[in-house]
Design a protein around this ligand. Structure first.
Ligand code: ATP
Length: 571
């Protein structure tokens, strides 16, 4: 509160008459002239003093009335911390920036958003950027009026000082700016703010600013990236460094998960991921697949016991499922012709690479085979092509936004009926004949290393103009199935495996033999009931990798909501 009279008027000047009289008496002789002169001088002095006092009193009065006006602050009900008494105009309509249009111009609206940026422009005006979601932001202007209401100078000062990332409720009139606002996604409208309340304040200092969160991640120190795998991709990330804001490491992003999530790039990745999942589901449903939920808690390790998380389960141990394989097959054996599941898969592998997590989302499917194992291959290929072809249109803006941070070349797809399906042997031949020097002697019955797969991906892109292809008929040494070559395949994106699939063994005699070679008792529950199961096959796609490699992200950890790695269980 300003005091009503901050500069009180000075006390009145001394009475002018007496001093000169005393002066005259002391001088004695010739006193007529002297005292007249002295009296005049005294009179002039007194006048001057009186004038000075009058001016001081005037100034004090003006100041007092200004202070009184300030103390009153006619806009005081239009800003501040939001409370249960905060009132917005009854006719104000709630808006969302995505759908703001000409019909809103001149209307009183309400927006709930984050203050992305606030800056004072002199004492009477402040500019604020208000962000709703992703990078949907609009410019707001708070300008004090001569009357001091609806916006006063105090209000301008207060709004201009709100900490970035505070969540506010503003009431404003929608207007057309004189020129398009280049700094915001909403360029054709601006908000003339008349009320502003802080709903939830952000701290003075953030662990990571939004600008840093929107930069490409500087490094993935959690990962021990083999040179041949990581360097090329991380240098792509570095290419996005055009602003002065320093980039943060992945650990800083994860330690500041809320700011990580608020970044437009992470929200675009999340939107693309959700849409890809939806496309997977809708395609399979339209091809007669039924969704089911396999359990995550299981009694025995699903893939032979290695790389499995064990946890106490009452008096026993339980395991986290490494794959829904067993349960997909029970569904088929149980009379479902085609099934799929979408859910978490756990791998206790100490793999600190940009491709691995200890928990990821599996898109799994299993189906009856009528004639040939390739029916399954074509279905997996079909669902992935459906995802790639549709995501380009459905998420065009999000993909473009991600590219501004993580640049990537267009993901090339084969034309219809020109899908690239190489046998494993053909792939190795291509590597030997046209690949880099070090792969001149690769053999047809050895599994491919990651660098070999990447080199093959580059060759396929050059030769066939596609980033998506199938490698079929893995040799038995690379896949634990039938003699020599197997009815198993991998699907690749940009030279990296994203899906493995194949035909399962449904012949009980053969199955029992295989079960025994794996050291499992064929009489254990679930296994002994394999009666009359039709030929079937399926596959598992890693959703995180599909998202990451489609967008050419430097790590699969950026595609996951909350990446789990051998070194990281938080947040
Ligand atoms: P890799 O050899 O790369 O470790 P994998 O052969 O163990 O993979 P599968 O068991 O066939 O993979 O799993 C099917 C799919 O699940 C893979 O193609 C991949 O997309 C994904 N995937 C497998 N392991 C991981 C992991 N640790 N993190 C993320 N995704 C994974």
């Amino acid at each position: 509160m300003a005091e009503p009279s901050a500069n009180p008027a000075p006390p009145p000047a001394d009475p002018p008459a007496e001093a000169p009289a005393a002066e005259g008496a002391a001088e004695g002789a010739g006193e007529g002239t002297v005292s007249k002169k002295a009296a005049k001088k005294a009179e002039a002095k007194a006048k001057k003093e009186a004038e000075k006092a009058r001016r001081a009193a005037e100034q004090a009065a003006a100041q007092a009335s200004r202070s009184a006006a300030q103390a009153e602050d006619l806009a005081k009900d239009n800003y501040g911390q939001e409370t249960h008494e905060t009132k917005l105009s009854a006719d104000a309509v709630a808006i969302h920036l995505k759908t703001l249009g000409d019909e809103h111009v001149g209307k009183t609206v309400v927006l709930r958003a984050w203050i992305q940026n606030a800056r004072m422009q002199g004492a009477k005006m402040a500019f604020v950027e208000l962000r709703e979601e992703g990078n949907w932001a609009i410019q707001g202007i708070v300008a004090a009026s001569a009357e001091g209401t609806p916006v006063s100078r105090q209000m301008v000062k207060w709004v201009g000082a709100i900490n970035p990332e505070s969540f506010v409720v503003v009431e404003a009139t929608v207007a057309k700016p004189l020129e398009p606002v280049k700094s915001c996604r909403v360029t054709n409208y601006e908000l003339h703010i008349t009320k502003c309340f802080v709903h939830a304040a952000a701290p003075n200092v953030l662990g990571m600013t939004l600008a840093a969160a929107n930069r490409p991640v500087a490094n993935f120190s959690d990962e021990e990236v083999p040179v041949e795998e990581g360097v090329e991709k991380l240098s792509i990330a570095a290419a996005g460094e055009t602003t002065g804001t320093p980039a943060a490491t992945m650990l800083t992003h994860l330690d500041n998960i809320v700011m990580h999530k608020r970044s437009a790039v992470q929200q675009a990745i999340a939107d693309i991921r959700a849409e890809m999942k939806e496309l997977y589901r809708s395609y399979l449903r339209s091809h007669g697949f039924k969704e089911f939920e396999p359990p995550c808690l299981i009694a025995a390790a699903s893939e032979g016991g290695a790389n499995v998380f064990r946890l106490p389960y009452f008096e026993k141990d339980a395991y986290l499922a490494q794959s829904p394989q067993f349960y997909k097959q029970i569904e088929i054996a149980g009379g479902r012709k085609r099934v799929f599941s979408i859910g978490p898969v756990f791998r206790a592998e100490n793999s600190n690479t940009p491709r691995h997590m200890t928990e990821f989302t599996g898109l799994d499917m299993e189906m009856e085979i009528n004639e040939d194992y390739r029916e399954v291959l074509y279905m997996l290929e079909g669902v992935l092509l459906h995802i790639f072809r549709n995501i380009k249109e459905r998420c065009a803006e999000e993909i473009a936004l991600v590219r501004t941070v993580y640049p990537s070349e267009e993901f090339l797809l084969p034309e219809n009926d020109k899908e690239v399906r190489l046998t494993f042997a053909e792939g190795q031949k291509l590597l030997r004949e046209e690949g880099p020097e070090e792969f001149r002697n690769v053999s047809d019955d050895e599994d491919m290393s990651t660098p070999q797969e990447k080199a093959l991906g580059a060759l396929v892109r050059k030769k066939y103009g596609t980033d998506f292809y199938v490698l079929d008929k893995f040799p038995e040494t690379a896949r634990p199935h039938q003699p020599k070559v197997t009815n198993a395949y991998d699907l690749f994106m940009r030279g990296q495996e994203i899906c493995s699939g194949g035909q399962r063994i449904n012949d009980p005699v053969e199955l029992e033999k295989r079960i025994r070679t794996k050291g499992v008792d064929p009489a254990s529950p679930g296994i002994k009931e394999q009666a009359g199961v039709p030929a079937h096959g399926g596959g598992g796609i890693g959703l995180d990798r599909v998202v990451a490699w489609y967008l050419n992200l430097p790590s699969v950890h950026l595609a996951a909501y909350y990446p789990r790695t051998p070194k990281r269980l938080l947040p």
